[in-house]
Design a protein around this ligand. Structure first.
Ligand code: ADP
Ligand code: MG
Length: 229
C-alpha cells in the first residue's frame, strides 16, 4: 500500500505517540501499524509507556511477546528516562511509535514525558460526546506545553471504534474541525467479527491490503513527513 508513494522520512526518523482514553484502541492500532510498516519495509519500533496496573486488556509489550508484530517493542524506562530512550530507539529514516496508558493529566507524569519526546501525538477517540469532553484534558495539556514554551508535538485526531453508518463520526469530525483540530482521514471501525481488530491481541496482526490499518499506516507516514522537516 505504501510502497509506490512512501514519502522519505527524515534521517533522524520520527516519533509518534498514541494518547487517549483506555480502551480507545491505542495498542491495537500500534500493533497493526508496526506490522504494516514492516511489510512495506519502513524501519519501525515501539516504546511501551503504558504503566503496569492499568486495567487494560494487554499491553503492547505483552502482545509482542505472544506474536511477531514485525518490529521490536521495548518497555519504557521511568518517566525521567523516556525522552532519551525514545531518541535512542528511533530507527534511522523510520518511525518510533510510543504507546501510553489511559490518559491522566499529571504535571511531571508519564504522559507529559512522552509528549515532550515525540514529534506527533495521535489522539485516539471514539465518536461520542463523552469522549470529546474527556479529550479536553489532553488538548489542554498540549496547549499548556505550548504556552510555557516547552516542546509541543503536532496533533492529529484518530477516530476509532467507528460505526459503518458513519453519522456519529461525521458529526464528531465536523465538531473537531470547527474547533480547529486536524482529524485524520482514516477511521478505525469497531469490528467484533472473529477475525476483526477486537480479537487481534496475542496474535500476529492480519495484513489486509487497503484495510483501515493499512491506510492509516500510509497516512501517518505522509503526516510525519509533513510535520517533521
Ligand atoms: N477496532 C476495534 N474494534 C473492536 N474492538 C477493538 C478495536 N480496537 C481495539 N478493540 C478492543 O478494545 C479493547 C481496547 O483496545 P486497546 O487497543 O487495548 O485500547 P487501549 O490501548 O487504548 O487501551 C481491547 O479489548 C481490544 O481488543
Ligand atoms: Mg493499551
Amino acid at each position: 500500500m505504501t510502497s509506490p508513494e512512501t514519502p522519505a522520512l527524515p534521517p533522524g526518523g520520527v516519533r509518534i505517540a498514541f494518547v487517549g482514553k483506555g480502551g480507545s484502541g491505542k495498542s491495537t492500532v500500534i500493533g497493526h501499524l508496526l506490522a504494516h510498516w514492516a511489510e512495506d519495509g519502513v524501519p519501525a519500533a515501539a516504546l511501551d509507556a503504558d504503566e503496569p496496573g492499568d486495567e487494560e486488556n494487554g499491553s503492547l509489550v505483552e502482545w509482542a511477546d505472544l506474536a511477531d508484530l514485525g518490529a521490536p517493542v521495548y518497555p519504557a524506562p521511568s518517566r525521567a528516562g523516556i525522552r532519551e530512550r525514545a531518541k535512542q530507539l528511533t530507527p534511522a529514516g523510520g518511525v518510533l511509535a510510543v504507546d501510553t496508558g489511559a490518559w491522566v493529566r499529571k504535571a511531571g507524569g508519564t504522559h507529559f514525558a512522552v509528549l515532550s519526546a515525540v514529534d506527533l501525538a495521535v489522539l485516539t477517540m471514539a465518536p461520542t460526546r463523552m469522549e470529546l469532553d474527556r479529550a479536553g484534558s489532553i488538548l489542554a495539556a498540549l496547549e499548556h506545553l505550548e504556552s510555557v514554551g516547552a516542546h509541543c508535538p503536532k496533533l492529529r485526531i484518530l477516530l476509532t471504534m467507528t460505526n459503518p453508518s458513519a453519522a456519529a463520526a461525521d458529526e464528531q469530525e465536523a465538531a473537531l474541525t470547527d474547533a480547529g483540530y486536524q482529524v485524520l482521514r482514516t477511521r478505525v471501525p469497531r469490528s467484533d467479527s472473529r477475525d476483526g481488530y477486537g480479537q487481534a491481541f496475542g496474535r500476529p496482526p492480519r495484513l489486509v491490503s487497503g484495510s483501515p490499518m493499512d491506510q492509516l499506516a500510509a497516512e501517518l507516514l505522509d503526516v510525519s513527513a509533513e510535520v517533521v522537516r
